[in-house]
Design a protein around this ligand. Structure first.
Ligand code: DQA
Length: 145
């Protein structure tokens, strides 16, 4: 059974009430349920983590291979644009990593136009709201035999 780690970055615990004009009203719990359902249909197992702390995210990525995960689905949230440490962890982890964003970061403020993660990710899905996550998980599962 394929084993996937899902990482939600900072402030994504606030989904549902956080800037609904941008992120919609969907909660993180609902997104996680959608992901679990998709994983179940594809006979994959998911571990889901949310963290507001950069170092904790770096640790999760760095330990993933040792813990026998075969791929990572990550929304690095604000760290997308700022974290060389998260980028280096992704580059070093030796796993397929799919980056997702709810919003289209390129249609927003200029400081969001640069992702440090995209160049080291297997692929990126953005702009489709919660569907970015399910599209990203499907794509990730396709990369793992
Ligand atoms: C986000 C986009 C980021 O710019 C922002 O900091 C987030 C969420 C998204 O999913 O659209 O927290 O990653």
């Amino acid at each position: 059974m394929r084993k996937i780690l899902v990482i939600h970055g900072p402030n994504l615990n606030l989904l549902g009430t956080r800037e609904p004009g941008i992120y919609g009203r969907i909660t993180l719990e609902k997104i996680n349920r959608m992901l679990k359902e998709l994983a179940r249909k594809n006979k994959a197992s998911l571990t889901i983590r949310q963290s507001n702390h950069e170092g904790q995210i770096v640790d999760l990525i760095g330990e993933a291979k040792k813990k026998k995960y075969q791929g990572i689905l990550i929304n690095p949230a604000a760290y997308t644009h700022t974290s060389v440490a998260v980028r280096d962890a992704v580059a070093a982890c030796g796993l397929n990593v799919v980056e997702v964003h709810l919003s289209n970061i390129y249609s927003r403020e200029e400081f969001r136009h640069k992702s440090l993660i995209t160049p080291v990710a297997s692929g990126t899905v953005l702009g489709f709201g919660a569907k970015s996550y399910t599209l990203g998980l499907s794509a990730l599962l396709d990369l793992i035999p």
